[in-house]
Design a protein around this ligand. Structure first.
Ligand SMILES: C[S@@+](CC[C@H](N)C(=O)[O-])C[C@H]1O[C@@H](n2cnc3c(N)ncnc32)[C@H](O)[C@@H]1O
Length: 265
């Protein structure tokens, strides 16, 4: 059957699922995380493939640009998969997320893995004063790690988050970000992740029916959100964001992405 029919048949399904998403994005994230029972590669969280290959691809830019003496904050940490990894590289690591359920899960997963040198806190990183709160909590400038957060925020929220991060990094800290940057329409995106007219893989279905619709974030978006007047771009390039396997056995889904490292002016 031609592809157009896949779209035509998938459209009402996607619309029906998306109509269930809570209007308030903070409620949506909290409901989503409160309902999650299984994380990691075999779990229900679409982006939580916990792939070593993805971590390794971030290692060189992080080691090159982060001052190891500074604390690191993982903004929008979710269940803390990357926070736990950062704790193996840096002495003081804090994960923050708008969802209290995500933070509880992150704490429990860190404890289960015996990782003690890591803290978590519930916080709206977009909210007024979040930058100063983080600075106070961390005792000054910090490095910032962000994975898959900007592309789930609206442009005005992205700008407010960038302003807060400007406060957090101060003169010495840096921002490392990695975001999905899929170039294509919604049908192409869900199709890339395994949705067909016959069915939608469970982790993808949970995201579609529970979360605000994601966008993409690449170099053009970066220029708007982190303008030259406020930020200096130190490094950037393509990335591969790995999602849980949904098409073939244990092979993670590879989503085209973008990474960047920034310093505040
Ligand atoms: C796509 S998930 C990525 C999670 C994690 N960074 C990872 O890569 O595993 C986006 C995360 O951002 C969090 N988030 C969304 N809006 C936020 C906000 N305003 N402040 C803090 N966290 C937020 C969500 O709760 C969610 O955990």
């Amino acid at each position: 059957m031609p592809k157009i029919w896949d779209s035509v048949l998938l459209l009402p399904k996607l619309a029906r699922l998306a109509s269930r998403v809570p209007k308030n994005p903070h409620h949506a994230w909290e409901n989503y995380w409160a309902g999650i029972t299984r994380t990691g590669k075999d779990g229900e969280v679409l982006w939580d493939a916990a792939a070593e290959s993805e971590r390794l691809s971030y290692l060189a830019p992080i080691k090159e640009h982060f001052d190891p003496a500074l604390p690191v904050v993982d903004v929008g940490c979710g269940n803390g998969t990357y926070t736990r990894w950062l704790a193996t590289l840096f002495p003081q690591v804090l994960g923050v997320d708008v969802s209290a359920s995500a933070v509880r899960r992150a704490q429990a997963e860190a404890e289960a893995e015996g990782i003690r040198d890591v803290e978590f806190a519930a916080m709206d990183a977009v909210g007024d004063g979040a930058g100063n709160l983080l600075r106070e909590r961390l005792g000054g400038s910090a490095n910032v790690f962000l994975r898959g957060v900007l592309h789930v925020l609206k442009p005005e929220e992205q700008a407010r988050l960038a302003a807060n991060l400007h406060t957090v990094v101060g003169e010495q800290g840096r921002v490392f970000l990695a975001e999905t940057n899929f170039q294509g329409n919604r049908f192409e995106y869900v199709g890339h992740l395994g949705a067909t007219r016959h069915g939608i893989p469970h982790p993808l279905r949970r995201a579609i029916e529970g979360l605000p619709m994601p966008g993409h974030f690449g170099q053009p978006e970066l220029t708007g959100v982190f303008p030259d007047s406020e930020w200096q771009l130190l490094a950037d390039g393509p990335a591969v964001i790995e999602a849980v396997p949904m098409k073939q056995g244990s092979v993670t889904e590879q989503i085209p992405g973008y990474f960047a490292v920034l310093q505040a002016n």
